[in-house]
Design a protein around this ligand. Structure first.
Ligand code: ADP
Length: 424
């Protein structure tokens, strides 16, 4: 599914960027197309004026000079002296070109008979000449002489402008093509990076659901087997099965409460109500709640509090009690008989530090990184019915809501110490 979304997003991103690029290029090309013709006409007019002055100042027009002009301007020069073509004209033009200029001459003189009246100095005129589909800029220079007048026709086929424009278009197409490929590659990696956290999140959700289903399946199966067996059992066995079903449903209820808590935390609807509370009271109440279970396992449970007051603003005392309950429940579970557990609280100017110290089985370095993850149990062989591997991650969520942090370290001489830091 993610591969499909990845491809779709890449294509969409590339296509949108390409469309924007094409629209911008088209706008630029249209402007450039107009400018190309305007500029060419402007240059043609300027050249015509320069040439007129040039020709006027030269007493004679040589073959070489005309050849140079023709080559450097890429214009076609037709020179007539008293309507007789120069040798340059007959030598450098084909029969078709000579016929072409004759037609132009005739048409031009018919339409513009007055424009180029005999003058005492060189004059010029220009026009746009259309012959079928072909278009030309055409210029006429008239140089009056003593015996005869010289007429120079300068023809510039706009074909070359079209070619220039086509080249420009081709360059744009190439640029768009290369940019599209580059954009595709870029967006491929970019969208992959963008989708990675969503993908990882989805995978972790899937893992969570799989693990939750697995955990729910066990008590449900046990309850179902107990109910089935109850039908065939005698009275004393029936009581035993009822006890099993009751225990398992209690376990199921605990599990669903934990799952609900995590789901709420995921959807940011985990409710906390911050108040001013005395940490010493919270600790002593937790101590009282776990005193009996600890004593049953012959574990000594004690509290170490500083003399100064431990009033904390902005804490949810019920949630902090929940965290302490998780840590104390774990400490009792993972500490062997005869062990000891200390709940210690201290404070600095900026923070409260709450330690739950045990001298139990301890946690391997490799496991320390994972114990705050959902359904992670470091020692699976010690599987306890009410331990699903969710406690520490719930504790972490609660502490996160308090903007504090929770960490685990080894107790000197063996065991684990869980440290909660709450900022004042
Ligand atoms: P569980 O409900 O299984 O205790 P937790 O999230 O509370 O789940 O703890 C995760 C794992 O971390 C436990 O399965 C256990 O392996 C380890 N652990 C937690 N607390 C202790 C402790 N005080 N001593 C040793 N191991 C612990």
């Amino acid at each position: 599914m993610f591969k499909k979304i990845h491809i779709r997003l890449t294509v969409l991103f590339t296509a949108i960027s390409m469309l924007i690029m094409i629209a911008m290029s088209a706008f630029y090309i249209v402007l450039d197309y107009k400018n190309l013709y305007i500029n060419a006409m402007y240059v043609f007019e300027n050249n015509l004026s320069t040439l007129t002055v040039n020709f006027e100042n030269k007493s004679s027009i040589s073959y070489n000079m005309l050849m140079n002009f023709q080559n450097s301007y890429k214009y076609m020069f037709y020179v007539y002296d008293n309507d007789i073509p120069f040798q340059f004209t007959t030598d450098t033009k084909t029969k078709e070109q000579l016929e072409f200029i004759e037609v132009f001459k005739k048409q031009y003189h018919e339409k513009n008979s007055k424009k180029m009246e005999k003058a005492f100095k060189a004059v010029h005129d220009q026009t746009i000449y259309k012959n079928g589909k072909e278009q030309y800029y055409a210029g006429i220079i008239l140089i009056p002489g003593h015996k005869s007048d010289t007429e120079i026709y300068i023809i510039y086929p706009l074909d070359s402008l079209k070619r220039q424009f086509r080249n420009l278009l081709l360059r744009f197409v190439m640029i768009i093509l290369f940019t599209t490929i580059a954009l595709f590659v870029f967006s491929w990696f970019f969208t992959r990076r963008l989708l990675r956290p969503i993908h990882e999140n989805q995978q972790s959700q899937a893992r969570f659901i799989a693990a939750a289903s697995y955990e729910i399946r066990n008590p449900v199966n046990t309850i179902s087997s107990a109910l089935n067996a109850m039908g065939k059992a005698d009275e004393s066995q029936r009581q035993e099965f009822i006890k099993i079903a009751k225990n398992e449903s209690k376990r199921l209820s605990l599990l669903t409460t934990d799952l609900l808590m995590l789901a709420r935390s995921d959807s940011h609807s985990f409710s906390v109500s911050f108040n001013t509370a005395d940490l010493a009271t919270i600790i002593l109440e937790s101590y009282e709640a776990f005193f009996l279970p600890a004593r049953e396992k012959k574990i000594s449970l004690s509290v170490e509090l500083p003399e100064d007051s431990l009033i904390a603003d902005n804490i949810d005392s019920e949630r902090i009690k929940e965290v302490l309950a998780i840590l104390l429940d774990n400490a009792i579970s993972y500490t062997d008989e005869g062990g000891r557990i200390i709940i210690r609280c201290s404070q600095t100017a900026k923070e409260f530090i709450l330690d739950v110290i045990d001298n139990g089985i301890g946690i391997d370095a490799a496991d320390k990184q994972n114990i705050f993850e959902r359904f992670y149990r470091a020692d699976k062989s010690r599987e306890n019915n009410s331990h699903f591997g969710l406690g520490l991650c719930i504790a972490k969520e609660i502490i996160k809501l308090h903007n504090g942090h929770i960490e685990v370290r080894d107790t000197k001489g063996g065991g684990s110490t869980f440290r909660i830091t709450l900022f004042k």
